[in-house]
Design a protein around this ligand. Sequence first.
Ligand code: ARG
Length: 471
Amino acid sequence: MTSQLHKKGEAWSARFSEPMSELVKRYTSSVFFDKRLAFVDIEGSLAHAGMLAAQKIISADDLAKIEAGMAQIRGEIERGEFEWQLDLEDVHLNIEARLTALIGDAGKRLHTGRSRNDQVATDIRLWLRGEIDRIGGLLGDLRGALLDLADQHTNTILPGFTHLQVAQPVTFGHHLLAYFEMFSRDAQRMLDVRKRVNQLPLGAAALAGTSYPIDRERVANTLGFDGVCRNSLDAVSDRDFAIEFTAAASLVMTHVSRLSEELVLWMSPRVGFIDLADRFCTGSSIMPQKKNPDVAELARGKTGRVNGHLVALLTLMKGQPLAYNKDNQEDKEPLFDTVDTVADTLRIFAEMVAGITVKADNMRAAALQGFATATDLADYLVKRGLAFRDAHEAVAHAVRICETRGIDLADLSLEQMRADLPAVASLLGDDVFDYLTLEGSVASRDHIGGTAPSRVKAAIAEARASLASPR
Ligand code: ARG
């Protein structure tokens, strides 16, 4: 029988007395963005058809035709020859219509025991799983680049800041390892999300399941899913996995954004801690002297866009009754853009970090200003029996005196120090200067998670091992 389907253009037109207006067609169609799911759509259809044949729901001959037709369609899409039609609404109906045009009735039997509702949910999960794996790899590259740079700077000292005020000296390797930790947690989060993404919706059909004797486990195995979604209504309707992914992606971008902020600051001539390679910077059309860290700024900006996608998806979901609603078609663009933004950003950052030039002398000069070792002097006094609060007060007094003289604590002679701090004079010995140097200060923070060069070296070795096996 030749159905009305392809004559009228819409899969459900037999039910309707008038065609859809052009405007409504454009409004409701998704093909120009969801065609991105074409290859996973074909993969899902082939697994479904294989199961239908194994269960004797369709014939082996139908399956062979479906497989040949899909191979042809895949080729057409790869070569850019496939004609995507707005009239056919989405990627699923476009491919199915082409299949039927190629192989006839066997193509019409593919959709047995299936709905676009479980089909699209399967497609997104398959696609997202692949993207999560790609993003995991890109996070690995960035983490590797941070480790390589950290390795070269286990002894490079810069001021550590709190409130953006000089706090205590830290090693640059240690500072970079902080970002390694953030991106490692991001990688773990991605792996965790992957588990919940990797469940098979197919078999849920429109919402209630299907009366055909299907084998969902078989389809799950074929497609590499860890299991099948346990409730058909939930399987077709919830997009929490996409929300969870976007939340994890927002955190990736948040960490990138924090790093970006530091790169921008460090590259400001006022700070001068680093230089970024020219290929990641732009000039100004009016100010010849400028070299702007545009990539870092843009990444900071794009973080807002991904955060926006997270809010969009949460809002999309929050009012939906069970089961599938067309609202869910709106899940794709935010999700696609999130993946694109995060993947591009990570790729660029791995390269940009590898190309950072460190200006160690400027870092050191900055660490020597701002009394970065004041805490070390207080700790020195505590180790000689003074209570910490009293030590804090004595050193604060010394800092005030030094400030009025325009010198650093380490510039004081032992005699001056004793004269300025009569209350603790008896506790001060020649060895105090060992504690006031930058090297002495960082070396003394010698425990797990501390900034001492030996600890940073050990942390890098551990990090390299964890990079080889993420969990
Ligand atoms: N294009 C649709 C989507 O992305 C596919 C599912 C359509 N299902 C339906 N009942 N209209 O969600």
